[in-house]
Design a protein around this ligand. Structure first.
Ligand code: UD1
Ligand code: MG
Length: 453
């Protein structure tokens, strides 16, 4: 790796902030302006949790994705402005060992492979909106879409080590090299991030608010790694970061200083992708908030999910990223029996709307034709004892006839009682924020208890 100027290209960050304002304005203006066009193209849905029947424009995530990706493409010259500035700076004398004016092709390949993955996610999401693709067909596509990311990760000697927590060291040693398995994990990350937001959906504002809060959490995490002016340093437990094999380990163990160029560059890259995402999501949320005037469709879920997978992999913080997905992980694990056919899965698992009270109640799935298998019954009884589902049993045979749907939204309604749709989305957002706070505590606080310094 050529030696580079240690000053990181922060001016591009200001441009990126400007682009995110453009993204916000673009979404605020274009989403309602194009709504009718979508209805005419038969991209519309009925709001399941309302009394009225008016068609609501669906898949407006396509507009968001278009604004987002086009702005990211327009941003490319800014992302490399540092190179252009150096090119025109004739006053600069070459320093010893310093390679000047070598175009950072590697960074460009990081950037372009990320755009490619986002485009595939947009295409897949939109096809899913139009054709309702089956699970077994849509699961492998994000995995294939992640191959360019993995190659780029490989090309820069990305680490495949994980640090083993202290209690397991007697068994595994302190550093475990997962090798190819680490690549399998990263490709699964892309399919997880895209689908997990999509299955935590169905109430106004739910999809986009998850994306917004995760993006803000990623941004906060990135800011911890920037070289702040005036000697201001955010106190990070550096000894932990310094461990070889922690996501940033390769860098620190190479003996670089705090705010090393490579580390800063990676988190800048993540900021370039996250800031406009926040803009576009905030603009969209304004129109998707209860009572929704537009729906995001699968396109928004896939694009935002892929954006997170992209930054997690390319900026080497995929494990920290997963910590920001705690509500989605919980919802996915809870959903598994329905996703994998142990428990019947209706087309929509959204809560049930009661028109008289105007409140949402947990929705149910019934075992219509057959009694649940032993495994299904066991799983449901375990969930029930944890207070995650409510079961209805046949008074004579005691066989389970009905269960509340296995989603986190229904769990909220079971635990906190029936509530309005806008209250439920606020509970979801509160949980997402609490999850992120917990993630920061685990990542930068508690890690010291599990990993020694
Ligand atoms: C996923 C969920 C499904 C949930 C649906 C709602 C799984 C396995 N699938 O399916 O249970 O019902 O998302 O998005 O968990 N809608 C609303 N209000 C909203 C958003 C959506 O009523 O705020 C309804 C509209 O009718 C809209 C439809 O949901 O047309 C979109 O559903 P779609 O995204 O196609 O469902 P899936 O992603 O397949
Ligand atoms: Mg969906």
């Amino acid at each position: 790796r050529p030696l580079l100027d240690p000053a990181p290209p922060l001016p591009a960050l200001h441009a990126s902030l400007g682009f995110s304002v453009l993204a916000l304005l673009g979404a605020l203006y274009l989403v309602p302006a194009l709504g009718n066009t979508f209805v005419h193209a038969n991209l519309k849905g009925r709001d399941l949790l309302k009394i009225y029947d008016d068609p609501v424009p669906e898949s407006l995530g396509l507009v968001c994705a278009s604004i987002y990706i086009l702005l990211l493409i327009l941003f490319i010259p800014f992302a490399f402005s540092d190179f252009f500035n150096r090119e025109h700076d004739s006053t600069r004398k070459p320093r010893e060992g310093l390679v000047i004016n070598e175009f950072p092709h590697h960074q460009l390949s990081v950037y372009l492979s990320s755009l490619l993955s986002l485009l595939i996610a947009t295409m897949l999401g939109f096809l899913d909106d139009v054709f309702d693709i089956r699970w077994r067909h849509k699961l492998p596509i994000p995995i294939i879409a992640s191959i360019p990311l993995l190659i780029v990760y490989y090309s820069e000697h990305g680490t495949t080590d994980v640090v083993v927590p202290i209690p397991l060291r007697w068994l595994l040693g302190s550093l475990l090299n997962l090798g190819p398995l680490y690549y399998v994990y990263m490709s699964l990350l892309s399919t997880f991030c895209t689908n997990s937001i999509n299955i935590l959906a169905g109430i106004n504002g739910s999809e986009v608010s998850q994306a917004l809060i995760i993006a803000l959490s990623v941004i906060l995490n990135d800011l911890l790694y920037l070289p702040w002016p005036f000697g201001f340093r955010i106190p990070l437990p550096l000894h932990l970061l310094g461990r070889p094999g922690v996501e940033v380990g390769g860098v620190w163990s190479a003996g670089m200083a705090y705010g090393s160029r490579l580390l800063v560059e990676r988190h800048l890259f993540s900021l370039y992708f996250m800031l406009p995402l926040v803009g576009v999501c905030a603009g969209f949320m304004f129109h998707n908030w209860y009572p929704a005037r537009v729906f995001p469709g699968d396109t928004l879920c896939y694009v935002t999910g892929m954006a997170f997978a992209v930054v997690g992999i390319q900026a080497h913080f995929s494990k920290t990223l997963l910590l920001f997905f705690l509500p989605q992980i919980f919802n996915f694990v809870l959903s598994c029996p329905q996703l994998f056919g142990l428990v019947p899965c209706p087309r929509h698992r959204v809560p049930r709307f009661d028109a008289d009270t105007g409140l949402l109640y947990p929705s149910k799935a019934g075992f219509k034709n057959h009694a649940p298998s032993r495994l299904s019954a066991l799983t449901l009884h375990v969930f029930s004892s944890l207070g995650l589902v409510e079961l209805t049993e046949d008074p004579k045979t005691h066989a389970i006839t009905e269960t509340t749907n296995l989603t986190i939204l229904n769990v909220f309604l079971l635990r906190f009682g029936p509530m309005r749709e806008d209250s439920l989305v606020k509970v979801l957002m509160g949980t997402q924020v609490a999850g992120s706070v917990f993630a920061f505590v685990v990542r930068y606080g508690l890690a010291g208890l599990v990993y020694d310094g």
